[in-house]
Design a protein around this ligand. Sequence first.
Ligand SMILES: Cc1cc2nc3c(=O)[nH]c(=O)nc-3n(C[C@H](O)[C@H](O)[C@H](O)COP(=O)(O)OP(=O)(O)OC[C@H]3O[C@@H](n4cnc5c(N)ncnc54)[C@H](O)[C@@H]3O)c2cc1C
Length: 200
Amino acid sequence: MEIRQGARLRGLRIGEDEVVTALEFGDETLALGDGDSVILAVPPWEAARLLPGLPVPVAHAPILNLHFAHQTPGPVRFLGVLGGLCQWVLVRPDTVAVTVSAADAEAREAAEDLAPRAWAEIRALAAAFGLPGEWPETPPPCRAVKEKRATPRHRPGDPAPPPVLVLPNLALAGDWMEPVLPATIDAAVRAGRRAAKSLG
Ligand SMILES: Cc1cc2nc3c(=O)[nH]c(=O)nc-3n(C[C@H](O)[C@H](O)[C@H](O)COP(=O)(O)OP(=O)(O)OC[C@H]3O[C@@H](n4cnc5c(N)ncnc54)[C@H](O)[C@@H]3O)c2cc1C
């Protein structure tokens, strides 16, 4: 098996019998033989571009991550927070990472405003849980990463994902294809297994 990094699938060639006959990459077209099949595990907007008319989630929710460059003697700790800006705090030897899901309001705020608020909560956690090391009042250097389309926005009444086997030799995967779990790594794994199974 060959893994090709950085190869964007630009189009699918579909024959008269609705079977995928070739994968079109930028500089190359990969013809499929009899018995070849495709698992398409791309984000929903890419799946809809490649298969026009495919019903996919169109609303997405952002995730904010803050990474503080801060040294601690350890051990690694993973802490959940209720009612704060931080939702999850991962304390590692040279970083403290904060995750905020469904971060609609926070994604509109400047990193310079978010960092001191988050750091104040982290210091309170450090005191409450007796985390070893120094936890100075001044926030250490912080990098904010805002991913606007981090996950589909799960809402009551949203339509179910499309059928896995959308064409006789093409199955859909990706976290958004999982019908039960929210869009997570577990969902992506389960959807991938379901797609493989559907192709026999
Ligand atoms: C900031 C952030 C934090 C998260 N934290 C967690 C967490 O703590 N726990 C958790 O379980 N989940 C978390 N998630 C969600 C998790 O990352 C996703 O649910 C999971 O990665 C989805 O896997 P996937 O394979 O469906 O999609 P992706 O991981 O998005 O993979 C899709 C791949 O398709 C590629 N691609 C797109 N278009 C094309 C094309 N035309 N041709 C070829 N390749 C293409 C993309 O480059 C990408 O590599 C987080 C997500 C974000 C953004």
